[in-house]
Design a protein around this ligand. Structure first.
Ligand code: ADP
Length: 508
């Protein structure tokens, strides 16, 4: 059972949603009865078909709740939804209200998810108990603690860190209300600088911990990348595994992506030109088949070096008057405003869309020449992988998963492209980013070399099969004698697909 706050297309604010849905699909293809368990957000209720109530869960923190079962339409992925409309059906995204403020009761909302996961896992509901409970990120972090506090040996638990920067810190006084036993409230439990830390709860009590790239797994053991939890992680370093993410070909494939009006592949790149024009239109840039087109698509935060990009863009535009830049993102209000100001100053060269927009997200990779993806830290970094698959060359920081998945062009003028798929840079000064983009522009001018870079990226394989096999091995190690039982969610063929199911492709 994958306990999560996001899974595509039910809810997504970033890579977590992509990763959980890609993993569950791949696990099912590997004959694992993977079931997603998440809050019944309105978007989730819309995207699941065949919904039926399977359990009442009275007395959870935040109020009585119910468990509903169904399927992601047109897929084999079963879903259990935790229903408490007062907690989960609200305007905004899973964490923020419509004005971008965190919901004041996020601690309660996600503690309820963990309490419900525990109750399912110990057989307090009619749902068949899972063999392994796989918690994702801080939202599910209390799940291992509740199971541990109940003295439960089975099922075993795994916590996957998708981003250690988000930890779910709440006032420690909430511990009473959340039913966290006093013995678990100290610094060897959930306490973190006077707060109650959900991620730390997962790190302390999960049977195994995984994270999403080998480099990030090493980095988070150091103070520079550990966000204060490197010590806690260090104590469990021997139980920390690195399993990379993959790409879900049902969602990301330039040869059949339903968000695109023209398709292409490494064998026939003509469709990319059409996407460039679509993209220029979507971002309000002049149609130009030749101008170098640089994209940036991410959360607008200091993690993603949006502050640096804002300093670098005017310098680039001064040096390259024909350069076009397209930015898609949302995040910190100050950064959004600074980008708006830049777009006002450079209306013909900088196209901006502030907001979350899946179609533009796909178009960005399909139409651009290069993707700027600076990161001060990056657990995995799905976006540059998408760009590589779509023939858009990433310019990225040499950290975390980016260092593992992008082969950087060797330094020096006119070096062999070799196996390079992108341009990596070190440091977080504007000059570092600027030099990397300049290098990309110089290489772009040498079309022959550029097309080798593109081809290298497009032919890399980023499937989920290998990562899913690693998870299966981990689950097997934890639950070696798990009996084959009935599925957690029984499929009712007469209703599957009959309700308001939304397939990603149909939605597009
Ligand atoms: P992170 O999980 O740190 O945000 P990733 O690059 O791993 O970064 O994943 C981000 C995911 O969210 C990608 O699928 C990307 O396309 C998507 N995304 C981010 N911002 C936006 C946006 N404003 N509109 C549409 N998709 C977005």
């Amino acid at each position: 059972m994958l306990v999560t706050s996001e899974a595509l297309p039910l809810a997504k604010t970033g890579g977590l949603g992509d990763a959980v849905s890609g993993l569950s699909r791949a696990l099912r293809e590997a004959n694992v009865d993977a079931t997603v368990f998440m809050p019944a957000y309105e978007s989730a209720l819309d995207a699941v078909c065949g919904l039926e109530k399977v359990a009442d869960l009275p007395g959870l923190v935040g109020g009585d709740a119910e468990v509903w079962a169904g399927w992601v339409a047109d897929t084999e992925i079963p879903v259990l939804l935790l229903r408490n409309d007062a907690l989960y059906v609200r305007p905004g995204n899973p964490y923020l209200d419509a004005d971008g403020r965190e919901f004041a009761d996020n601690g309660i909302r996600f503690a309820a998810l963990a309490q419900a996961a525990k109750r399912i896992s110990v057989g307090e509901t009619p749902v068949r108990v899972p063999h392994v409970v796989h918690a994702h990120d801080w939202h599910a972090g209390l799940t291992p603690l509740y199971l541990h506090a109940a003295g439960v040996k089975w099922p075993k638990t795994v916590l996957t860190i998708h981003n250690l920067a988000f930890q779910g810190n709440f006032p420690l006084r909430l511990a009473d209300q959340l039913d966290i036993p006093p013995a678990y409230r100290g610094s060897d439990g959930v306490e973190f600088w006077g707060h109650l830390n959900f991620m730390k709860a997962g790190l302390r009590y999960a049977d195994r911990i995984t994270t999403v790239s080998a480099t990030y797994a090493r980095e988070i053991l150091t103070p520079a990348f550990g966000h204060g939890l490197d010590g806690v992680l260090g104590q469990r370093a021997h139980e920390l595994h690195a399993i990379p993410n993959g790409i879900d070909p049902e969602v990301w494939d330039p040869s059949c992506d339903p968000y695109l009006s023209a398709h292409f592949s490494v064998l026939d790149m003509r469709g990319k030109v059409r996407n460039r024009l679509d993209m220029q239109r979507a971002f309000g840039l002049p149609a130009d088949p030749e101008a170098p087109l640089l994209a940036m698509g991410s959360r607008l935060t200091s993690q993603k070096m949006a502050d640096l990009a804002i300093e670098v863009f005017p310098m680039l535009l001064a040096a390259h008057p024909c350069l076009q830049i397209a930015v898609l993102g949302c995040g910190e209000r100050g950064l959004e405003e600074a980008l708006r100001e830049l777009a006002r100053r450079h209306p013909r060269n900088l196209g901006l869309h502030i907001g979350y927009d899946e179609r533009r997200g796909h178009l960005l990779h399909a139409g651009a020449d290069m993707l700027l993806h600076g990161s001060r830290f990056e657990p995995f970094g799905l976006t540059p992988l998408y760009s590589m698959l779509y023939g858009t060359v990433p310019i990225a920081s040499r950290v975390g998963g980016l260092a593992d998945s992008i082969t950087g062009l060797q330094p020096g003028p006119d070096t062999e492209i070799g196996a390079a798929t992108g341009i990596l840079f070190d440091g977080d000064r504007p000059a570092d980013m600027l030099a990397a983009v300049e290098r990309a522009l110089a290489t772009f001018a040498q079309r022959q070399r550029w097309s080798v870079l593109q081809r290298n990226g497009m032919t890399r394989h980023f499937g989920w099969e290998a990562p899913a096999a690693q998870y299966v091995e981990l689950y097997r190690m934890l639950a070696p004698v798990a009996p084959v039982g009935a599925p957690m969610v029984a499929r009712r063929p007469e209703t599957a697909g009959a309700l308001a199911g939304t397939d990603i492709r149909k939605r597009a």
